[in-house]
Design a protein around this ligand. Structure first.
Ligand code: UDP
Length: 325
């Protein structure tokens, strides 16, 4: 298939592009490089620098490329930032997603895969969160994704668009040639690895008074290559019906456990200091991914936390300053 990947210069989008190309798909990457890196885009992909905020730019690309499917990765995705700057999410994430959806409807793109999030579930009480768990977004970021999920529902009802909503828990790890590079970096694993390589002094642990075994937040870290596989699987079955899946490993690790694992992997002691809680952070977010396992046979390959961190560490050592654009 020919797939238009928005945000294909970003962390998850570029690795999904790599995986889709490896499966023989044709990929058009559309990215404004506000957060992504041109160097992350595989050479075999067709490159379009464009902005989803500019309706004419995305319309022209969809009209010229006529993709069989769209995968929409391009978005702001920081819970903390969304609490400080809600309009970046409630307006920009939502409007840009709608601009893309409207172009798909206008030019007859039949399939749409949305990058959604575990932040739909706010501060859940269940140990494992499945797709039946009530949605109550935990931040303007989560709310922006929920609004786009609902938009897809109505575009399916009214216009026949087929869609998949894939709700990532904590994407982590790297492929052989692509990894995680944000500026500024806010994510736990890359920050810990920067500390291990001496690029920062240490790590601030955001709160140790959560109702978890060691008091630090528990998250479900899922390898980015496993996420990419889920996209490829969803694409294959979309014509049979819409789907919504929670994507995680089903096992939670605390901030302390992640730091300990990174110390094992890197052999470096990582200094930590305790800081206040970060706004919008729930205590525990761990997925049940039983539905996608049962329906599509998805089986995460990289289930071991040390292995996930090792892949990120290999990439970090080869690209100590990330992508050089
Ligand atoms: N975290 C932390 N210190 C940091 C960055 C993150 O303690 O410098 C914690 C954060 O509060 C959360 C977990 O690590 O509980 C994962 O955060 P990250 O930003 O990587 O992903 P998120 O859960 O926000 O998607």
């Amino acid at each position: 298939m020919k797939i238009l990947v928005t945000g294909g210069a970003g962390y998850i989008g570029s690795i999904a592009t790599e995986v889709l190309l490896g499966k023989g798909h044709e990929v058009v990457v559309f990215d404004n490089l506000s957060q992504g890196h041109r160097a992350a885009v595989p050479n075999e992909a067709h490159w379009v620098q464009g902005d989803l905020a500019a309706v004419d730019e995305i319309r022209a690309t969809v009209r010229e490329q006529r993709p069989d499917a769209v995968m929409h990765f391009a978005a702001r995705s920081l819970v903390g930032q969304s609490m400080d700057a809600p309009f970046l999410y409630l307006r920009d994430n939502v409007t840009q997603g709608l601009n893309l959806m409207e172009a798909c409807i206008e030019f007859g793109v039949p399939r749409f895969i949305l990058s959604s999030t575990a932040n739909l579930f706010g501060a859940p009480e269940a140990l494992l969160i499945d797709e039946q768990y009530p949605v109550a977004p935990g931040s303007p970021y989560g709310e922006s994704k929920w609004m786009l999920e609902r938009a897809l529902h109505w575009l399916s009802e009214t216009k026949g668009l087929r869609y998949a909503c894939l709700r990532y828990f904590n994407a982590a790890g790297a492929s052989e040639s692509r990894g995680e590079h944000h500026s500024p970096e806010t994510h736990l694993i890359p920050l810990v690895l920067q500390a291990a390589s001496g690029q920062r002094e240490g790590i601030t642990v955001f709160g140790n008074d959560y109702p978890t075994p060691d008091g630090t937040c528990v998250r479900d870290y899922v390898h980015v290559l496993d996420l990419a596989e889920a996209h490829a699987l969803a694409l294959d079955v979309l014509d049979a019906g819409n789907c919504t899946y929670n994507l995680g490993n089903g096992e939670g690790f605390s901030v302390r456990e992640v730091i300990n694992a990174a110390q094992r992997v890197t052999g470096v002691e990582i200094p930590t200091v305790l800081g206040p809680r970060r706004a919008g952070d729930p205590a525990r977010l761990v997925a049940s991914s039983q539905r996608i396992r049962d329906d599509l046979g998805w089986k995460p390959v990289y289930t071991d936390l040390d292995e996930i961190i090792s892949s990120a560490w290999r990439w970090h050592q080869q690209h100590p300053n990330g992508y050089v654009d």
